[in-house]
Design a protein around this ligand. Structure first.
Ligand SMILES: *[C@@H]1O[C@H](CO)[C@@H](O)[C@H](O)[C@H]1NC(C)=O
Ligand SMILES: *[C@@H]1O[C@H](CO)[C@@H](O)[C@H](O)[C@H]1NC(C)=O
Ligand SMILES: *[C@@H]1O[C@H](CO)[C@@H](O)[C@H](O)[C@H]1NC(C)=O
Ligand SMILES: *[C@@H]1O[C@H](CO)[C@@H](O)[C@H](O)[C@H]1NC(C)=O
Ligand SMILES: *[C@@H]1O[C@H](CO)[C@@H](O)[C@H](O)[C@H]1NC(C)=O
Ligand SMILES: *[C@@H]1O[C@H](CO)[C@@H](O)[C@H](O)[C@H]1NC(C)=O
Ligand SMILES: *[C@@H]1O[C@H](CO)[C@@H](O)[C@H](O)[C@H]1NC(C)=O
Ligand SMILES: *[C@@H]1O[C@H](CO)[C@@H](O)[C@H](O)[C@H]1NC(C)=O
Ligand SMILES: *[C@@H]1O[C@H](CO)[C@@H](O)[C@H](O)[C@H]1NC(C)=O
Ligand SMILES: *[C@@H]1O[C@H](CO)[C@@H](O)[C@H](O)[C@H]1NC(C)=O
Ligand SMILES: *[C@@H]1O[C@H](CO)[C@@H](O)[C@H](O)[C@H]1NC(C)=O
Ligand SMILES: *[C@@H]1O[C@H](CO)[C@@H](O)[C@H](O)[C@H]1NC(C)=O
Length: 849
């Protein structure tokens, strides 16, 4: 449903990239050269090298003095002259020091130290004196610091890769001009932004064929001469830079031989210049994830050799140009996540080599029927979600393709269940959520799903007896929320045939499931996210739920569950989210304090009695504490300050805490919260909420003064209790507060002037207490309706109709206690302070956004 599509798209691409490296040792045995014997000087040089290296995996164990060095692992000799010519030491977890003895290997051509860990040391500058080198691979070897200029002396070097090291950088690239033989150059993830003339310098290499400058913090595509012309460039990767300007026109003259151009995530803006499609030989073009606008130029059709085109995740609008018909070799076409409109042109459906078609998340309209797919027999991946498309095919359609991936959420497919699915034998991902399917799920469906990993049929009107569900052991995600699945849930959970399941996400919320929760949870130990909310489930929470040791969210809200929460639940120690609101439970268990990973605890409207256990303060990561609308009594524990997530700024990123990720998809929790009186669904933004809601209980005693130390809270609701005490001046430092409801208690004293510092405050309710004195003046405080202050007979001033008498005025001005003392000081600030605060937060607020 609410996947983060940007990431989905990128993950999807990663999945399909060829696995370039195998993470195993990568040694070549020198076999046929066994007759060549090793040159003694080379052998001694290698033994010295070995002594310097930290060889944790003993990969150099064959390097011993009494063996011919030409048969050592990773060592190759030149047969003719009997000298060491190649060293292949990648994926060896080597570290330590690279000895200068390497210089003795006068005939070394090929040096591969990639995928090792040199502990953030500098690249040794003596490598620049190994003049015979033609191939130097230092990929992912954990080197850092300045790339030594000496490397520029390697005039025979044809291949240089420094990709994916820790923190390499250059001060300039002028030294590079010595690399006159270079053909393959990869500086990916080194910081080269200090060299403004990088384009001009790189374009001087006469034989350069592949140039990788991804994630190099480059910020300009403006060569000093106004244009560049690479003579033999075939591959250019500039992804992950921050250009922040338009694609320049000269780009079209970049190279007449270019086959691959990758400009993914490079912050490019503006139109796609039609001339860029003059790069006629292109086979691979990615402009994924930039800020490109306007229409896709019709000249796209010039790229007749294109096999891969990604224009996804931009702001392109207008129609898909019908010139796509010329892309007759295209296999992967990504146009998703733009604002493309109109219908999908007929010519697109003629691209018979298409294996991947991503057009979802656009404003495309129209009917797509079986004739459209006639030619697409190779189609494997289809993403059409979130467009105004209608997939209108007959019930006996047999598609010409066999899909692996079908994402068709939020388009119209129903009302009939799509029977063509039955012909798809290798589908592993199916999303047909929110697609207007109604009626009974056909009997073949659950048997058919046996090869599927992800099934999302949520938000339809599908009727199905849960005892008919057959889940194969492949299914990891089953989302059937918001449908009409019915029957006792135990018939599903306890079925013998689905005991061997690997289900990680089960969302069956908002259906008609009934019965008790069953004792079969031991068969469901892979579960990470479980949502059975809003069904007709009854009975107690079974002890067997403690078997769900991987569970991160447990959602049983809005059912008819009663009794205690069994102590076995504390064994689900990975729980981050518990939602048991709207049931008939009894007391909040003391062991709740042991659930230290909890971020969200929602137990509202569930008939909880007794007191709030102080153990709750041990939940130091808790961000949402919603115990509203129960029958809790006693006082609020005076340790809330220990919940550091509410008192201190976030110390780590919780972005993904409520999300299930997989290469194919994501599943995001959505929780109903009512911070401003109205219940709302919090989904992606749940991570932004810090809330305490204890409203509508029987809580009494003083509000613990510590509550005013929860300076990161956004929402505070203590209304409708019997609480006493004062609102302390410290409330002014709870700068994030957006809503404060303290109404219908017995609070006394004055409204502290510091409240005028709360510039985000959009809801305040202090009605029906015993507050007194003047309502402090500020833009915010006077903007609330008078109803938010009524029921406090001794309160006066705007917006209340009652104006303050001299007496009440002076109450504020002649301090009698420390609280009033503070407020006197604050009065001084109000005049000038609010303006400052508003301005300051306007800026910071904007930055935060
Ligand atoms: C190695 O020497 C043996 C005999 O001396 C010979 O038969 C063989 O062909 C040689 N191998 C190579 C690779 O030169
Ligand atoms: C790189 O070296 C640094 C410094 O010793 C170390 O902290 C880090 O873990 C290393 N990184 C990798 C990927 O090995
Ligand atoms: C890595 O470097 C750190 C200092 O940066 C040093 O303390 C540590 O011993 C080194 N580790 C190895 C394995 O060389
Ligand atoms: C190698 O390069 C460095 C720095 O670029 C330079 O100072 C030095 O003279 C060069 N050495 C040789 C032998 O060319
Ligand atoms: C890049 O290097 C990091 C360590 O710095 C490593 O974790 C990661 O796997 C490397 N990436 C690839 C694709 O090898
Ligand atoms: C770029 O260089 C190639 C080969 O040197 C040449 O054929 C071509 O005309 C040049 N292009 C431009 C726009 O100068
Ligand atoms: C370009 O570099 C990025 C980042 O390293 C990589 O993910 C991508 O696969 C590269 N593109 C090509 C076409 O090699
Ligand atoms: C590209 O090169 C051609 C031929 O040299 C020239 O006429 C044209 O103006 C160049 N285009 C751009 C945008 O630089
Ligand atoms: C597509 O959107 C553009 C504006 O972005 C609008 O002018 C045009 O009329 C739309 N076309 C269709 C077919 O909706
Ligand atoms: C599952 O996949 C296998 C191999 O791809 C295929 O033979 C089998 O028929 C599929 N099963 C179903 C129920 O589609
Ligand atoms: C589903 O498969 C089971 C056994 O795998 C079989 O007993 C049952 O009849 C099948 N149901 C349908 C509707 O095909
Ligand atoms: C408002 O906030 C500022 C900055 O935190 C603080 O210096 C000032 O005392 C506060 N004013 C009141 C009235 O609390």
């Amino acid at each position: 449903m609410a996947a983060s599509f940007a990431t989905l798209h990128v993950l999807f691409l990663v999945w399909f990239l060829p696995a370039t490296f195998s993470l195993s040792f990568f040694f070549f045995k020198a076999e046929s050269i066994s007759n060549v014997s090793c040159y003694e000087k080379d052998k001694q040089a290698l033994l010295t090298l070995k002594r310097g290296l930290a060889d944790h995996e003993h990969v150099l164990s064959s390097w011993s003095d009494h063996k011919d060095c030409c048969i050592w692992d990773g060592v190759f000799c030149d047969k003719k002259i009997g000298r060491v010519s190649e060293l292949h030491l990648s994926y060896s977890r080597l570290g330590g020091e690279i000895s200068g003895s390497l210089l003795q290997l006068e005939h070394l051509k090929h040096l591969d130290l990639s995928y090792n860990d040199f502990n953030c040391t500098l690249i040794p500058s003596f490598l620049g004196s190994m003049y015979s080198l033609t191939h130097l691979d230092l990929t992912s070897a954990n080197f850092s610091g300045l790339i030594p200029h000496q490397l520029g002396n390697l005039s025979s070097l044809r291949y240089l890769s420094l990709w994916n090291n820790s923190d390499l950088y250059v001060d300039n690239l002028r030294w590079m001009s010595g690399l006159s033989a270079i053909q393959y150059l990869d500086l990916g993830s080194a910081n080269i932004h200090r060299e403004v003339d990088w384009l001009q310098i790189m374009s001087k290499f006469p034989s350069l064929s592949e140039l990788y400058l991804d994630n190099c913090q480059l910020d300009s595509l403006n060569p000093s001469l106004g244009f560049v012309n690479f003579t033999s460039l075939r591959v250019l990767n500039l992804s992950g830079n921050h250009f922040n300007h338009e694609i320049r026109n000269w780009f079209s003259n970049l190279s007449t031989s270019l086959l691959t151009l990758d400009l993914t995530s490079s912050s490019l803006k503006g139109d796609i210049p039609p001339s860029i499609f003059n790069l006629e030989k292109l086979e691979y073009l990615s402009l994924l994830s930039n800020k490109l606008t306007a229409q896709i130029p019709d000249s796209l059709g010039q790229l007749k050799h294109l096999a891969y085109l990604d224009l996804g995740l931009n702001s392109l609008n207008g129609p898909i140009p019908s010139s796509v018909r010329n892309l007759s070799r295209i296999r992967e076409l990504y146009l998703d996540q733009n604002q493309l409109n109109g219908t999908i042109p007929k010519s697109l459906w003629l691209l018979s080599k298409l294996e991947t078609l991503f057009v979802g998340k656009n404003s495309l309209t129209g009917i797509v029927d079986e004739r459209h797919f006639q030619k697409l027999s190779k189609l494997k991946n289809l993403y059409m979600s979130e467009a105004r498309l209608f997939l209108n095919v007959s019930s006996n359609w047999v598609p010409p393709f066999q899909l692996d991936y079908a994402s068709m959420s939020s388009i119209k497919i129903g009302p009939n269940f799509p029977s063509w699915l039955q012909s798809q034998r290798s589908l592993s991902f199916l999303d047909m959520s929110m697609s207007g399917i109604s009626g009974k799920a056909p009997s073949w469906f659950w048997n058919w799903t046996s090869n599927i990993t992800f099934i999302n049929l949520s938000n339809n009107h599908i009727e199905c007896d849960v005892s008919d569900i057959f889940l194969s052991s492949n299914v990891k995600l089953l989302n059937i929320a918001n449908n009409s699945f019915y029957g006792p849930i135990s018939t599903f959970l306890c079925q013998k045939k689905i005991r061997k399941n690997k289900l990680e996400v089960l969302d069956a919320s908002n259906n008609l499931l009934s019965g008790e929760l069953s004792h079969c949870w031991k068969y469901w130990q892979s579960l990470i996210h479980l949502n059975l909310g809003s069904n007709n489930l009854a009975g107690r929470i079974p002890y067997s739920m403690g078997a769900l040791g991987n569970l991160q969210s447990l959602r049983l809200q809005n059912n008819r569950i009663y009794g205690d929460i069994p102590s076995s639940v504390k064994k689900c120690s990975n729980l981050r989210l518990i939602d048991m609101g709207d049931n008939h439970l009894s007391i909040i268990p003391l062991w709740i304090g042991e659930m230290t990973n909890l971020l969200v605890l929602r137990l509202r409207s569930s008939e909880f009695k007794g007191y709030i256990p102080p153990q709750i303060c041990q939940l130091s990561s808790l961000r949402v504490l919603d115990l509203a609308n129960n029958s809790l009594s006693g006082s609020i524990p005076n340790c809330l300050k220990d919940i550091s997530a509410m008192a201190l700024p976030d110390s780590y990123d919780i972005s993904f805490s409520f999300t299930y990720w997989d290469i194919y998809t994501s599943y995001v929790e959505n929780v109903q919260l009512g911070p401003k009186g109205k219940e709302m669904e919090y989904e992606e933004n749940l991570k932004l909420v810090k809330l305490v809601d204890l409203s509508s209980n029987n809580l009494s005693g003083s509000i613990p003064t510590e509550i005013w130390d929860l300076s990161e809270l956004h929402f505070l609701n203590l209304s409708r209790n019997h609480l006493m005490g004062k609102i302390l001046e410290k409330i002014g430092s709870m700068k994030e507060l957006e809503s404060v409801d303290l109404s219908r208690n017995h609070l006394s004293g004055e409204i502290p002037p510091s409240m005028s510092n709360l510039t985000f405050l959009s809801l305040l309710d202090l009605s029906y207490n015993n507050l007194s004195g003047r309502i402090p003046s500020s833009t915010q405080l006077q903007s609330f309706d008078a109803l938010r202050y009524i029921g406090n007979p001794q309160l006066c001033g705007d917006p209340l109709p009652k104006s303050c008498t001299i007496e009440e005025q002076s109450l504020n001005k002649s301090p009698t206690g420390s609280v009033e003392d503070d407020s006197k000081n604050s009065n001084f600030y109000i005049g000038m302070g609010v303006g400052f605060a508003t301005g300051f937060w306007a800026i910071c607020g904007a930055l935060l956004l």
